[in-house]
Structure formats: structure tokens, C-alpha cells
Write a protein that binds this ligand. Structure first.
Ligand SMILES: Cc1ncc(COP(=O)(O)O)c(C=O)c1O
Length: 395
């Protein structure tokens, strides 16, 4: 056999979103694009802000000499300084470019961080439901993923975390606003988590990183905010990107920010830069680093997503679905009317509505609905959701 057994196994276990994508293509061919309501992907339909196009135009009209060459593997100093300045403004903590590495999206950032910190067999704790790639990324770097349950609002339970931390624990990944639940973690939770990690570090004489995946940090509703994790744990690392806040997922631009007070900071930063190189990313895309430098304060109109959330949530609730109102990101995670979430997702497909089973996020019994789509797609999906609700008598 030419393919590794591990890759085969991981492909079989974790390809729910890809499966939905393929099913969507098949249904679109059969019924026509406008008759399929694809709520399976986190691929924003929103266009990037105008300011992004203006930056591109400036770069095309007045190219800088050498702007497409190799650079330091950490990224352009000017871009890292711009990211640091914005972070300093948002957190009140003094960041400099020495705390920042530019990456190929948040996905690249996570792989770089995990490769830098993990010894073989060390553990990474995640909370279900979670972005399924965490397991693959941890596996890529020889680590072991430990999945912990959350409460009925999808919030991590600190007592479960305390019980799960061992001398082998190297990192805890938090993702808020959360994909797929839309939950935003409170300042109190992060504070207590930071305190717990500090306590366990002292107990075991180890270092436990709090990796905060903030891909959706700017997409929060109802005036809520997500507190900077940097206030609560010295060994904290933020990974994020402009895939969602500037609607640039295809451009692969993101960064890692390390707490300026993190111990052995210089060595860690050198490790991140090395891993960016040897994982084969080499550096984040040059053109994008130039383009986003002046856009650190810019975000897509979040109220548009909030309107989509309100529309879909109110309809699903009225139909009888049990679904928490998301506080951020652009997903909902309703309880599946059937215990078997895959069977329910297949039922929805009969009415050309595409969603993803909760087991694709480590949480069977739920399904994920993505609402970063056109309003006409949301409107068109209601009929299928209603028919499924009637069929399974939840209304
Ligand atoms: C929670 C979460 N983290 C990371 C990523 C990867 O983002 P990027 O496109 O910046 O690599 C995604 C993408 O959907 C995500 O949902």
C-alpha cells in the first residue's frame, strides 16, 4: 500500500466537512446550484472590505522593489510591528514585533506552535465540540489529543480540566468565539483557567501553554467582548488570521502572538521561526503581508452576520429546534432531533439542506449550521428545516 495507515485512518475519521462538500457538489449538479442550500462550510460569502482592494491597488500601482522576494521566516518587520501595535492598543500590554510571527493562516500558526513546543507523546487538551483539525495538527507533530467535555452551554468545565492535566500536558487549546458552537468564553473562565494552569505548572514543574485560537475574535455580537488571554497566563500564545475578520481565507495570512513576558521568550520565538521554515511554509505570503499591514483595525461588517444569526436562530427555535444563540463566529450547533446526527444530516440532505454532523466536531448528537452564506440560501433552507422538524415531531 502506498499510503500511510495513519493518514488513511485520519481521512476516514475526520472528513465530514469534505464529505458534505462532495455531497453538495453532487446535489448542485442534480438540482441546480440555486436549489441547494449549503450551510456546511465556514467559507464567508462576504467580500473583503474596500480598504483591502485599495491596498492591493496601491501595491500594484506603486510596487516596492523586492516586494516579492524571500524574507525573514518570521515575516516583514513592518507587518509584525503593525500587528504588535494593534495588539498593544487592544490589550494595554506592550507588544513589539519580537512577539509576532506571520503565518499561513491560523492553521499554519497552530501547526508551527505545536511543532515548536511538543515532544513526542506530550498531550494537548481540547474541549468538545472543537475544530476537528486540532486532532490532526497535534498528530502531525507527534502529540496526543485529550478531548474534554463541556457543559450544556458548551463552556469548558474546570474540574474536568484539573483532573485531566498530567505531567505530560503541554498545551490547552481554547477557541472563543467557538467553531462550531458560537460560545464566547467569559473573563472569569479564562482567569480561572490561567490560575489553574499556573498551579499545575508549579505542581509538576512543567510548562503548560494556553493556546488561544482567535480566528473569530472580531466576530462577536450584542456588544460582548472576549478578554485577552494574555492577562491570565504568562505562557499564553494567540493564533489567529485574517481569514474571517477580513474575509480572506484563500489568501492564507495569519500570525502567532506570544506573551511578551513568556519565559524563555527568545528561544521560543526562534523555534517558531525555525518551524515556520522547516514545515515548508517558509514565510507567510509576501503580498498579503504588505496588504494587511495597514488594515489591522479593519473588520468586515459584523452586524451583517448578526442579522443572519438572528434570522436563522429565531426560525430554528420557532420550528422547535433546541439551539443555543451564538454569541460570536458564524455557526450554530443545534441538538439533532435524532440521536444519530449523521442520519439527521442525511435527512436534511433530502431537502437539499447541507449541514455537518456534530461528530465532525467531537460531539455526536448535534449538527453544525454555518450562516456565513447569502440571505437567499438561509431563506431557502427554512423549508427543509421545517419539514425535518415536522417529520421528527419536534414542533
Ligand atoms: C476555529 C478555527 N481555527 C482555525 C481555522 C483555520 O483558519 P485559517 O483559514 O486562518 O487557517 C479555522 C477555519 O475555519 C477555524 O474555524
Amino acid at each position: 500500500m502506498s499510503m500511510s495507515d495513519n493518514v488513511k485512518k485520519r481521512m476516514a475519521e475526520g472528513s465530514w466537512i469534505r464529505n458534505m462538500f462532495e455531497e453538495g457538489s453532487r446535489l448542485k449538479q442534480h438540482y441546480g446550484e440555486e436549489n441547494v442550500f449549503d450551510l456546511s462550510l465556514g467559507n464567508p460569502v462576504m467580500e473583503p472590505p474596500l480598504a483591502f482592494n485599495q491596498e492591493l491597488k496601491k501595491l500594484a500601482e506603486r510596487p516596492m522593489p523586492g516586494m516579492h522576494r524571500y524574507m525573514s521566516n518570521a515575516g516583514y518587520p513592518e507587518t509584525r510591528a503593525a500587528v504588535a501595535a494593534q495588539l498593544s492598543l487592544e490589550t494595554g500590554i506592550k507588544f513589539t514585533m519580537n512577539d509576532i510571527t506571520m503565518t499561513c493562516g491560523a492553521a499554519g500558526a497552530l501547526n508551527v506552535v505545536l511543532k515548536t513546543i511538543l515532544n513526542p507523546g506530550e498531550e494537548v487538551i481540547v474541549f468538545a465540540p472543537y475544530f476537528m483539525e486540532y486532532g490532526n495538527y497535534t498528530d502531525n507533530q507527534g502529540g496526543v489529543t485529550r478531548v474534554l467535555p463541556t457543559d450544556d452551554q458548551f463552556i469548558p468545565r474546570l474540574n474536568a480540566l484539573e483532573a485531566a492535566i498530567t505531567p505530560q500536558t503541554k498545551a490547552v487549546i481554547v477557541n472563543s468565539p467557538n467553531n462550531p458552537s458560537g460560545a464566547v468564553y467569559s473573563q472569569d473562565l479564562i482567569h480561572q483557567m490561567g490560575h489553574l494552569l499556573g498551579k499545575k505548572e508549579s505542581q509538576y514543574g512543567t510548562r503548560i501553554f494556553l493556546i488561544s485560537d482567535e480566528a473569530y475574535r472580531k466576530i462577536i455580537y450584542d456588544g460582548l467582548t472576549y478578554p485577552p488571554v494574555f492577562y491570565h497566563h504568562l505562557h499564553s500564545v494567540v493564533v489567529t488570521s485574517h481569514s474571517k475578520d477580513l474575509a480572506l481565507p484563500g489568501e492564507r495570512i495569519g500570525y502567532i502572538a506570544v506573551h511578551p513576558g513568556c519565559s524563555q521568550h527568545e528561544e521560543l520565538m526562534a523555534g517558531l521561526v525555525f518551524c515556520n521554515r522547516v514545515l515548508g511554509y517558509v514565510n507567510a505570503p509576501a503580498l498579503m503581508q504588505h496588504a494587511v499591514r495597514n488594515l489591522q483595525h479593519v473588520t468586515v461588517p459584523v452586524d451583517e452576520y448578526q442579522k443572519k444569526r438572528d434570522f436563522l436562530h429565531s426560525h430554528l427555535v420557532e420550528m422547535g429546534y433546541r439551539v443555543m444563540k451564538p454569541q460570536g463566529a458564524f455557526y450554530m450547533f443545534p441538538k439533532s432531533p435524532l440521536e444519530d446526527d449523521v442520519a439527521f444530516v442525511k435527512e436534511l440532505q433530502q431537502w437539499q439542506v447541507l449541514t455537518v454532523p456534530g461528530r465532525g466536531f467531537g460531539m455526536p448528537g448535534y449538527f453544525r449550521v454555518s450562516y456565513c452564506v447569502h440571505n437567499r440560501t438561509l431563506e431557502g433552507s427554512l423549508d427543509g428545516f421545517r419539514k425535518a422538524a415536522q417529520k421528527f415531531k419536534i414542533c
